[in-house]
Design a protein around this ligand. Structure first.
Ligand code: LLP
Length: 421
């Protein structure tokens, strides 16, 4: 299995760019998230370049990785942001991101979040229901503003991904039915607090085929043409995020360039209408740039299995427990040695606390370090304090040096705000 991304062995030692992971672990402790600056830049630029030739805006999905240090890299490259809470807007602005390039997605925005986003001057609200249109109109008028909106439609296309991260089927809670969109937009056009800017969809995450995107775009094209004929002119269409990455499991994932070709072809009929394409990629920008480095605490074998017990757990990286997700793993030193089949598990008191099951891995000794790859997206952002475990620090490597962009939490952080009776 090849190690995806910017992590490679130099001699016997796994490095991130020019820095040995063992050095970071020695300095900062484990578990620790490590990100490559070069890979963040490369992935963002590759995605952006794939859409070259059509007017477009890349709105990075902040939920994938919202550390200020990561956001700042992307903001500097000119990225916009897809946010789903006022908290993410706060982070984006703290990291130097431009609020005018923000789209605000999500089925459940509060009135306060709407006000905060209006005050910040965000680019667009991706509205997901008839009631949200009414409320946003009212809130915008109450603060003397007009909210730019895109209506999120549900194209009812199967993204063929894990059911928990599939969002574009009619049984999902997201968006409105295609057939309802023209009526809702005609109504919205009459509301003084709203300015119609676009339509959008997001059909799911970790998509490994282009067909669900192009099928959805075909439906969107038909809708935009129908709207244009009815006198509703849009200035953008937003096709969400969702492009998958290689988790080292043998899936063949379209490259951003292949995705770009498919998207451009499917969108071609709209180009004469002068619309700009918005996208909301998360995983494909940050996924391969990050790894979780953990240390082996114990090994044990029972009648059925061998277990490698490490100091990272489901609270640090929830994806295996929640989605049965596969993450590549490698020893941080000496990759060439006999392998065993083992379950890699954490210290948390749940059978669901595993990071890998029945994995073929070089046998590791107590104290050795294990690299868990492709963890830059939905790793740190989904971490929790379950079992009163402080969240892991995050380190950003740049060339031969690194910065701790988020310190390990302390026990005092964990109880801040609590009181006894
Ligand atoms: N736009 C919207 C409206 C979204 O809901 C999402 C992700 C994205 C963009 C970015 O999708 P991406 O390009 O990253 O696939 N925690 C799950 C993934 C949940 C994705 C939720 N929405 C995981 O670890 O696989």
């Amino acid at each position: 299995m090849s190690v995806p991304g910017p992590f490679e062995y130099r001699g016997d030692a796994l490095h991130c760019e020019g820095v040995p992971l063992a050095k970071i672990a020695a300095d900062v402790g484990t578990p620790v998230y490590v990100y490559s600056h070069a890979e963040l830049e490369r992935a963002y630029k590759a995605f952006d370049a794939a859409l070259e030739g059509i007017p477009h805006r890349v709105c990075y999905a902040v939920k994938a990785n919202s550390s200020l240090g990561v956001l700042a890299v992307l903001a500097k490259l000119g990225a916009g942001a897809d946010i789903v809470s006022a908290g993410e807007l706060f982070r984006w602005q703290k990291a130097g991101g431009d609020p005018a390039k923000v789209v605000f997605s999500g089925v459940g925005k509060t009135d306060d979040e709407m006000k905060t986003a209006l005050a910040a001057g965000i680019g667009c609200f991706n509205v997901e229901s008839a009631e949200e249109l009414e409320v946003l109109d009212r809130v915008a008028r109450s603060v003397g503003k007009r909210a730019k909106i895109a209506l999120r439609v549900n194209p009812d296309v199967d993204p063929e991904t894990h059911p928990y991260i599939s969002t574009g089927l009619k049984q999902n809670k997201f968006g409105v039915a295609m057939s309802e969109a023209p009526g809702l937009l005609r109504g919205a056009a009459k509301l003084a607090g709203l300015e119609i800017s676009g339509v959008d969809f997001h059909i799911g995450s970790q998509l490994i085929k282009t067909a669900p995107f192009t099928d959805s775009i075909a439906r969107l094209v038909a809708l935009v043409e129908e709207l244009a004929a009815a006198g509703i002119k849009l200035d953008h269409v937003d096709i969400g995020g969702g492009l998958g990455i290689d988790y080292g499991k043998g899936d063949v994932v379209p490259s951003p360039a292949e995705y770009g070709v498919a998207v451009r072809t499917a969108l071609a009929p709209l180009m004469k209408l002068g619309v700009t394409l918005y996208t909301e990629p998360g995983r494909v920008i940050v996924g391969a740039a990050g790894a979780l480095v953990t240390q082996v605490l114990f090994r044990k074998r029972n009648e059925a299995k061998h277990f490698t017990i490490v100091d990272a757990a489901m609270n640090d990286l929830m994806r295996p427990a929640l989605y049965q997700a596969f993450h590549p793993m490698k020893p941080v030193t000496r990759p060439e040695r006999p392998t065993i089949t083992t379950d890699v598990v954490g210290p948390i008191c749940e059978t669901g606390d595993f990071l890998a099951r029945d994995r073929e891995l070089p046998e590791l000794d107590r104290g050795e370090l294990l690299w868990i790859g492709a963890a830059g997206a939905y790793g740190a952002t989904m971490a929790s304090n379950y079992n009163t475990r402080p969240r892991a620090p995050e380190v950003l490597v740049r060339g031969n040096s690194y910065t701790v962009i988020r310190a390990r939490e302390t026990y005092e952080h964990l109880i801040a705000g609590e009181r006894i009776g």
